[in-house]
Design a protein around this ligand. Structure first.
Ligand code: NAX
Length: 326
């Protein structure tokens, strides 16, 4: 049996965690031969609820679950963590300005970034799910100067999966036949799902779709506003699909994509004219625990315009947290 991996999850009492933790413990993230120790963080008032979740985890008798830590201290939660899924965040409450939301989350992610810096494995793989996910990942990365920047990522995978599903429905192809899809930019309605390179069983997807107006007027806005549509329908934000996307992101990063492209929010190194360090949705492949950017894609005028718009939003968010991260 392999030695257990330590998986820290924040927001452990929340609804995404309730869909996520059981699947991690079941081996859906790191494989059916990889034991895990869950290190669960939430704020003090939520700890009784976390303990209830732990009782249910115990009652599943998962063979791969080698231990559980429950804490309200990030320094404990991230100790020796191999993986960190930062799900907990401050939601926007009624009347809260964007600026206040960034400020409240800045306070959380500076502290968590520092705790990762001081206590996590040097190879820790960090996925930020809590919104605004890209900027929270940026804050955590900037607060962890001793860790490689590439260890910090944000979740665009839900947007990627949503786009796959819409395209499969439109073309009558299966989701798993579709490759080379990209979702550029911010996890927000400004994101740009780009089908120009996509294929299905080797056929060019734009040709199969053959409907530019649908791409621009239906597909792109549907993917961008899907989160709001789910809140409208369910009265609660996406949880099971968000947890599923977090598992997809981490599993692919850890175990590889076998040449397939996936979208990850990664700190830019300047490619595609995205300024360095901005955490931006990009196409990557993963192998041996590392992601590699798919480089050299042609960016046409429409795409450049969309990529600039989502970049401008991220730059605005970055400017709003400058005083927190220097
Ligand atoms: P919930 O409100 O159900 O749970 C959030 C949990 O985080 C709560 O238990 C809360 O006590 C905890 N928390 C708050 N501050 C904390 C801190 N400083 N340390 C540790 N835990 C803390 O939200 P849930 O539906 O689980 O969503 C979590 C986050 O994911 C939200 O920010 C949400 O906006 C975001 N999402 C991101 C998505 C993405 O694709 N990147 C999609 C789904 C989701 O909307």
């Amino acid at each position: 049996m392999k030695a257990p991996k330590r998986v820290a999850v924040t927001g452990a009492a929340g609804q995404i965690a309730y869909s996520l933790l059981f699947r991690i413990a079941n081996g859906d993230m790191l494989g059916k031969d990889q034991p895990v120790i869950l290190q669960l963080l939430d704020i003090t008032p939520a700890l009784p609820a976390v303990r209830g979740v732990v009782m249910e985890l115990e009652d599943c008798a998962f063979p791969l679950l080698a231990g559980v830590v429950v804490t309200d201290d990030p320094n404990v939660a991230f100790r020796d963590a191999d993986y960190a899924l930062l799900v907990g965040a401050r939601p926007r409450s009624k009347g809260m300005e964007r600026k206040d939301l960034l400020e409240a989350n800045g306070a959380i992610f500076t502290v968590q970034g520092k705790a990762l810096n001081d206590h996590a494995s040097r190879d820790v793989k960090v996925l930020v799910v809590g919104n605004p996910a890209n900027t929270n990942a940026y804050i955590a990365m900037k607060s962890a100067p001793d860790l490689p920047k590439k260890n910090f990522t944000a979740m665009l995978r839900l947007d990627h999966n949503r786009a796959l599903s819409q395209l499969a429905a439109k073309t009558g192809r299966t989701v798993d036949s579709i490759e080379k899809l990209v979702v550029w930019g911010n996890h927000s309605p400004t994101m740009y799902p780009d089908i120009r390179f996509a294929t299905s069983n080797g056929d060019a997807l734009p040709k199969l779709v053959n409907d530019d107006a649908w791409v621009k007027d239906t597909f792109i806005p549907t993917v961008g506003k899907r989160g709001a549509a789910i809140i409208e329908a369910r009265g609660l934000s996406s949880a099971a699909s968000a947890a599923n996307a977090a598992l997809d992101h981490m599993r692919d990063w850890a175990l590889g994509t076998h040449g397939k492209w996936v979208t990850m929010g990664i700190p830019s190194t300047g490619a595609y004219d995205i300024p360095a360090d901005i955490v931006y949705g990009m196409p990557v492949t993963c192998k041996d625990g590392e992601y590699t950017l798919v480089e050299g894609l042609d960016i046409d005028a429409f795409s450049r315009e969309r990529m600039q718009a989502t970049l401008a939003e991220l730059q605005g968010e970055r400017d709003g947290v400058k005083h927190l991260v220097g």
